[in-house]
Design a binder for this molecule. Structure first.
Ligand code: C2O
Ligand code: CU
Ligand code: CU
Length: 464
């Protein structure tokens, strides 16, 4: 599809069957879960002064939490209400390639007033999220990121379920939006926001039933910040990582050993709320090694439900076919500085105006026509080891669309072998991940620090 004009593309797919082909095809029925979404400009008060020019799917409120049911067809009709082009991407969901929302690679950009019907059946339960993949930098920076929950086919028996969408904004004193990135930031760790929010609130407090079993879903939807989370000392357990039930246990994070969660990543945590009404629990993240800030607090309300740590369920496994650990297919991918390159592109999805980064020495001019072929070509059904090598001093949360993979070794540390779609690559780190190429198509493969993505650290893999 790469290289077609918008008109050719629309003509060519006018009679395509919704839901695509292959193992993840949706057999469309009218008994589906149907949701209408419309992007719009809006205003919101983060502090005393209003911020105008934000983007959401609701007026004066953050994008909503969307809930789908595992194994049931979903229709998400996205209408672009903005003057700029847009698309929507369902981060972490294994779906047919033509529903993946990547401009030029899987669909053409959606113009103002147009609607794209995203139709898929989520095979996996868990915590996912959504964001545009066209004008990605500006639209995400202005607020268009939301939590997407796929509920397990069977209820898991929690007394409360709270999503925490972690996102920074860059605001001036008068409440107005500051430029959403700087060239200096884009060439280094990224440009950090100065207002840290959870569900667009600063230090929100949520009431939960005393003694209840609480599921918390942390979602880092920020364009830049790597969170270092630590949790209160209560009975609790990490139950899912990047959507999928944990396979290898993840230790409960403390201030000295926080849990690093990069842009794009999610973690699901189960806790038992304190028995005493009014008692609070604080959830924090760290800047550097010792500047903590509060993400959210929970406050117990009512008579204790007297739940116990032993009541925390083991989530049912998602239907992932394991990759072959004995595979000898090893593919090298190197993330580093870009060779020469100007920042211009000929697409409709925006440019940050610079190129700083590359994958295998090739910069992809973010959200536009691909520069050459796939980073890796995989045969449908085969297993591969992708060797992810960071040649830079900066952190890169490396994300792959459409497939799940498992880290199997690192040159620097032990990484629990849990299924994921995004792995945080540290300075000088080399991580091998094992993947089964079971979903056909061209899948975006990029750093989720959006400034890196938009200045070259992006590409795609092909499965077919
Ligand atoms: Cu969440 Cu290609 O992205
Ligand atoms: Cu994604
Ligand atoms: Cu990066």
């Amino acid at each position: 599809m790469v290289g077609l004009s918008r008109r050719q593309f629309l003509a060519g797919t006018a009679c395509a069957v919704a839901g695509g082909t292959g193992a993840f095809a949706t057999s469309w029925t009218s008994a589906a879960q149907e949701i209408h979404l419309q992007s719009r400009e809006t205003a919101f008060n983060f502090g005393p002064k209003p911020t105008n020019g934000l983007i959401s799917l609701a007026d004066n409120a953050p994008p909503p939490i969307l809930r789908l049911k595992q194994g049931q067809p979903a229709a998400l009709n996205y209408t672009n209400g903005l003057a700029d082009y847009s698309t929507m991407h369902w981060h972490g969901i294994r779906l047919p390639n033509d529903m993946d929302g990547v401009p030029y690679l899987t669909q053409m950009p959606i113009a103002q007033g147009e609607t794209f019907q995203y139709r898929f059946t989520p095979p996996d339960a868990g915590t996912y999220w959504y964001h545009p993949h066209c004008m990605t930098m500006s639209q995400m920076a202005k607020g268009l990121t939301g939590v997407l929950i796929v509920d397990e086919a069977e209820d898991q028996g929690f007394d409360a379920d709270i999503s925490l969408n972690l996102k920074d904004f860059r605001l001036a004193e008068d409440g107005s939006l500051l430029p959403y990135f700087t060239a200096r930031g884009a060439a280094r760790a990224g440009t950090f926001g100065n207002i840290r929010t959870t569900n667009w609130q600063q230090e929100p407090s949520y009431d939960v039933p005393a003694g209840g079993l609480i599921r918390l879903r942390f979602v880092v939807s920020d364009t830049t910040r790597v969170h270092k989370l630590y949790f209160p000392e209560v009975a609790g357990k990490i139950i899912a990582w990047d959507g999928h039930p944990v396979n290898e246990e993840i230790p409960w994070p403390t201030k000295d050993a926080p849990l690093w969660l990069g842009p794009g990543q999610r973690v699901d945590v189960a806790i038992v709320a304190p028995d005493q009404e009014g008692e609070e629990l604080l959830f924090n993240s760290l800047i550097g090694t010792n500047y903590p800030f509060e993400i959210a607090r929970l406050r117990s309300i009512g008579h204790s439900l007297s739940r116990q740590a032993g009541d925390i369920p083991t989530l049912p496994k998602n239907p992932i076919e394991a990759a072959d650990p004995a595979t000898s297919n090893i593919e090298e991918t190197v993330f580093g500085w870009s060779p020469e390159g100007d920042g211009t592109n000929n697409g409709l999805c925006g440019s940050n105006g610079y190129i700083f980064w590359s994958i295998n020495r090739n910069p992809w001019k973010g959200d536009a026509v691909a520069n050459g072929g796939p980073v890796v070509s995989m045969a449908l059904g085969d297993s591969y080891i992708l060797r992810l090598r960071n040649e830079s001093p900066n952190l890169h949360p490396i994300h792959l669309h459409g497939l799940v993979f498992k880290p199997i070794r690192s040159n620097l540390r032990h990484i629990p072998a849990n299924y994921t779609d995004t792995v945080l690559l540290l300075k000088d780190e080399i991580i091998d991940v094992l993947v089964r190429a079971d979903n056909p198509g061209q899948w975006a493969f990029h750093c989720h620090v959006i400034e890196h993505q938009k200045t070259g650290l992006s590409g795609f893999v092909s499965v077919g």
